[in-house]
Design a protein around this ligand. Structure first.
Ligand code: ZN
Length: 140
């Protein structure tokens, strides 16, 4: 299983964050919730979006300038909502079946999933305030 290393926002300790897990990743040192940002592809997609917290799905491609603009905003939002949100990034060039499954017409397409089901989507990039408000409406 793939995992990424992130720094704990509370204490700075470096932690491995799993791509999929039954709970919420927490810092091994101080137990603060960690930002959960993972990259998924066709083979890992279903496991990645099966999370206890809402999933923000970022359907992007490396050649897409608006995608590169919005990506750091999404990562900051994942950090601000650590423990309440999981960010799953899918490069649609590498995962055409995910693109087809979501009927993606243009990228970036951002989708909020709960329990693996789509509850909202936005096509195109947005600024941080707009994206934060949109995501906030779907967090419990
Ligand atoms: Zn910590």
């Amino acid at each position: 299983m793939s995992s990424d290393v992130v720094a704990c926002p509370a204490c700075g300790a470096r932690n491995r964050v799993p791509a999929s897990a039954s709970g919420i990743p927490k810092c091994a040192k101080c137990h603060a919730p960690l930002p959960w940002v993972v990259a998924a592809d066709e083979t890992t997609f279903d496991a990645a979006v099966d999370a206890r917290v809402p999933v923000l799905l970022d359907l992007w491609a490396p050649w897409c300038a608006p995608c590169r603009m919005v990506s750091p905003i999404l990562e900051r939002l994942a950090g601000e909502n650590a423990g309440r949100l999981k960010l799953v990034k899918v490069d649609v060039d590498q995962s055409p079946r995910v693109m087809t499954r979501f009927g993606v017409q243009a990228i970036p397409t951002l989708v909020i999933l709960k329990g693996g089901r789509e509850v909202s989507r936005q096509q195109g990039a947005g600024n941080k305030a707009q994206l934060s408000a949109w995501i906030g409406r779907h967090l419990t």
